[in-house]
Design a protein around this ligand. Structure first.
Ligand code: SAH
Length: 239
């Protein structure tokens, strides 16, 4: 954790534990300020897309993490969300969002809903979002949370993302937020011509690279390895 991050966490923990009712308004201001600092860090990590940065500025990440992790919500780090799963690091969320070139009305499939944060970021950029989660409890928590926060257009399914979401295909963007040694064939099939798929590919227990796959107008695939990353594994069989 950088010094700035450590400061942000301590600052936030002080403000969130201040009991006085009078603090409530300034807490909202401080949450906004914490988000602003997070946007600055994500931008320092090379994320440039304005819609992506605006989404990180807007989406309340503290609502997507368990109570005991809230003080770290605006630190640029992954955090545990239960079931041995994590909410991704904001810079990685930013990079994956930017890579699919979000725009209003774009049809995007996410595999690995987790907390729902990445789905909310995509929705905030104007994308139409379908998201699949293999743990029933996480899927239903994310569905409720997204609806409560005003992202009720996001469609959440409990199921195995290896199969994609054939009824809603094709998708102009596909984001997979868990790692496997290859891209599930169903996802490549469900990618529209001109579409972009982003996924961590490699050994789920060690080295993975973030990979961008583009399908051209004639359906040909081209793949590029971007940066080394570390994600939880893409699992098989619904839970
Ligand atoms: N995008 C999430 C974090 C992803 S962690 C967020 O913003 O919070 C990866 C998620 O993928 C976990 O919730 C895990 O349960 C889920 N997952 C793993 N294998 C899966 C599969 N085959 N299909 C759908 N979801 C899967």
């Amino acid at each position: 954790m950088s010094r700035a991050n450590a400061f942000a966490a301590v600052f936030l923990s002080l403000t969130l534990t201040t009991p006085a009712c009078a603090q409530r308004e300034s807490t909202a201001d401080q949450l906004r300020e914490s988000r602003e600092q997070l946007v600055a860090e994500v931008a320092r990590d090379g994320i440039r897309d304005s819609a992506t940065l605006a989404a990180i500025r807007t989406v309340p990440r503290h609502e997507f993490v368990p109570e005991d992790q809230r003080v770290y919500a605006y630190v640029n780090t992954p955090l545990p969300i239960g079931y041995q799963q994590t909410i991704s690091q904001p810079s990685v969320v930013g990079m994956m969002t930017e890579l699919i070139e979000p725009r209003t009305g774009k049809r995007v499939l996410e595999v690995g809903t987790g907390s729902g944060y990445q789905a909310a970021i995509l929705a905030e950029t104007g994308c139409r979002v379908w998201t699949i989660e293999i743990f029933e409890a996480l899927a239903s928590q994310a569905r409720d949370r997204l609806a409560r926060l005003g992202y009720s257009d996001v469609k959440v399914r409990h199921g195995d993302g290896y199969a994609g979401w054939p009824e809603a295909a094709p998708f102009e963007g596909i984001l997979v937020t868990a790692a496997a040694d290859s891209v599930p064939p169903a996802l490549l099939e469900q990618l529209a011509p001109g579409g972009r798929l982003v996924m961590p590919v490699g050994d789920p227990d060690s080295h993975q690279d973030l990979v961008l796959i583009q399908k051209d107008a004639r359906g040909r695939l081209a793949s590029r390895q971007l940066i080394p990353v570390r994600f939880v594994p893409l699992l098989r069989g619904v839970r």
